[in-house]
Design a protein around this ligand. Structure first.
Ligand SMILES: *Cc1c(COP(=O)(O)O)cnc(C)c1O
Length: 544
């Protein structure tokens, strides 16, 4: 057989191919490989048409492979593009991408040191110690680290998994016999207290998957500013059902819909009184740790028992990059197959303290190299500049007068509906407030505007569902609306970018503003019946 698929040392043709692929990646980032659009929109049917094929019988040439890769790049969405404003996952750090490329070549296995990941295990451990320091957890220098039981954190594939592991750790901490006897040995149902409407879907998912059941979640009210209401948490804890024993309270440091941040210290105080574990979901808020001034927004995070961080969201690292950390570092040893080994000096096999994972790659090199590249000073600048840029983007959106924001700006994400000022004025002047057709129209035009913008592919907002907790739209707080989200992941947007964003919004908004106003006018004539379009199928994960 011709040896052309696998090589210990690549032929010159293969080396050229690898370099071409690298150049393609660079052209994707710059926009050339995607016609300078954020997205070359295709319907699902069109995607399937392009992709659907039989299992290939004969192998293809590198040239053919390259054509595939070009096609895939052309139709991929560019989260790194400054006009992609749906999520903050820019993944555009040159250090992170460089590390990602090298990681494929190195192919280390972080399950163990010997024979698997000799130096990589220590890079990852050092990174975790740095992250502990940033959060404000007790830490030490790598050279003084006695053993694995003092690492106190782990890489995971995402915040979803980080939250799962934090729940498991809290559960085992509260019920030490669990590892042997299982959940059925518990006299009462273990439960997590968290606020409705600001939570990430991972908590319900975890409760269901980990055997707590969705009944193991005690939901409390949130405030009108999309934060957990500490009084509601306290009330819940004072009025528990007979057969329930809570073990964890969740604080959200930057929720996925509005990036609002809970009062961590209020929740800490309650947890201390009731003997509960405080988990801080800082998947979004984690980047604020790099700025002395912004850090005050997550004050008290160092007092939490565990924290989830998601550098692949808002910290320029490509997927997958998430970390879960524990104030008491030895917590993770509960999951070890060999608890004694973990406490031996000289044992640094990370696979002994990483539940759910066996073999896994060296993804941690990406964040490690990024931190080396920026330094703390660079990261501080980046997150502080982003705060300024976020306010500029909000300003651009506000001055079009097309949108109604559902909350005050937080730190990089805002939720809003399409409800132009001229329409609001008309409603006011003609005493149409409270007419339920209005609600339908806001939902309908928010979806239409967002969908049209998305298909055009020049500027992209998120679309998800959200309760109007501040009652800004005026129909109470119970209803969920399809809302758009603007997320600013880039620290810098050029003047040109901002102008292009504004022009695109105006071009699309103008048309819908006129249509919406016409429909509203029909309301005063009484010859209007709004068709309900609220059953949207394109609402994204932020509102799941
Ligand atoms: C995104 C997010 C998660 C889940 O993170 P993934 O990286 O998508 O798995 C958890 N919590 C919050 C608040 C999030 O925003």
């Amino acid at each position: 057989m011709e040896e052309k698929f696998l090589y210990d040392s690549f032929s010159s043709e293969q080396q050229n191919f690898l370099q071409e692929v690298l150049a393609l990646g660079i052209r994707f980032m710059s926009g050339e490989a995607r016609d300078h659009k954020v997205l070359n929109y295709l319907t699902n049917e069109e995607c399937i048409e392009l992709v659907s094929s039989e299992l290939p019988r004969k192998g293809k040439s590198l040239t053919d492979l390259f054509s595939h890769l070009q096609m895939i790049s052309k139709y991929s969405i560019a989260q790194n593009d400054p006009k992609y404003l749906a999520f903050p996952d820019t993944g555009n750090s040159v250090a992170s991408i460089a590390a990602d490329i090298l990681v494929s070549f190195l192919n280390q296995n972080l399950i163990a040191v010997d024979r698997s990941a000799p130096i990589a295990s220590f890079i990852e451990t050092q990174l975790i110690l740095w992250l502990r320091q940033l959060v404000g957890y007790p830490t030490c220098e790598l050279k003084d680290l006695p053993n694995l039981s003092n690492v106190g954190g782990m890489w995971t594939s995402g915040g979803n998994m980080s939250n799962h592991i934090a729940i498991l750790a809290a559960l085992h901490h509260k019920f030490p016999g669990l590892k042997k006897k299982g959940l059925s040995s518990l006299a009462k149902r273990p439960a997590i207290v968290l606020a409705k409407g600001v939570e990430h879907f991972s908590f319900k998912g975890a409760a269901e998957v980990l055997g707590l059941g969705s009944d193991g979640l005690l939901w409390v009210e949130s405030n009108s500013d999309y934060t957990t209401n500490p009084d509601a948490v306290r009330f819940e804890l004072d009025h528990l059902p007979e057969d329930v024993e809570p073990f964890m309270v969740v604080a959200v440091a930057g929720n996925c819909r509005t990036t609002s941040i809970d009062s961590i210290s209020s929740l800490r105080k309650i947890c201390d009184e009731y003997g509960l574990w405080l988990h801080v979901d800082a998947c979004h808020g984690g980047s604020l740790l790099f700025s002395d001034t912004l850090r005050s927004k997550v004050a008290g995070i160092e007092e939490s028992d565990s924290v989830s961080l998601d550098p692949h969201k808002g910290m320029f690292v490509t997927y997958a990059s998430s970390y879960v950390l524990f104030r008491q570092p030895e917590i993770l040893t509960v999951f070890s197959r060999y608890p004694d080994k973990v406490r031996e000096s000289g044992c640094f096999d990370l696979g002994l303290i990483t539940p759910f994972y066996g073999s896994r790659g060296f993804a941690s090199l990406k964040l490690w190299l990024l931190i080396q590249h920026f330094g703390l000073e660079g990261l501080k600048k980046a997150v502080e500049f982003r705060e300024v840029t976020y306010r500029q983007v909000i300003e651009v959106l506000s001055k079009t007068n097309y949108f109604l924001f559902l909350h005050q700006p937080m730190f990089y994400r805002s939720a809003f509906v399409f409800y132009p000022q001229v329409v609001r004025k008309y409603v006011e002047e003609n005493q149409l407030k409270g007419r339920k057709e209005l609600k339908t129209l806001v939902k309908k035009y928010t979806q239409r505007f967002s969908e049209e913008l998305y298909r055009r592919g020049n500027v992209i907002f998120d679309l998800y569902s959200l309760q109007d907790l501040g009652n800004k739209i005026g129909f109470g707080i119970a209803d969920k609306y399809p809302v758009m989200g603007v997320s600013v992941g880039h620290p810098f947007l050029s003047e040109k970018n901002l102008k292009e964003v504004e022009a695109e919004i105006r071009q699309v908004g103008m048309v819908f503003e006129e249509q919406m106003l016409k429909e509203i006018m029909m309301l005063t004539n009484g010859d209007y019946s709004a068709e309900n379009e609220s059953a949207t199928k394109i609402s994204g994960p932020a509102g799941w």
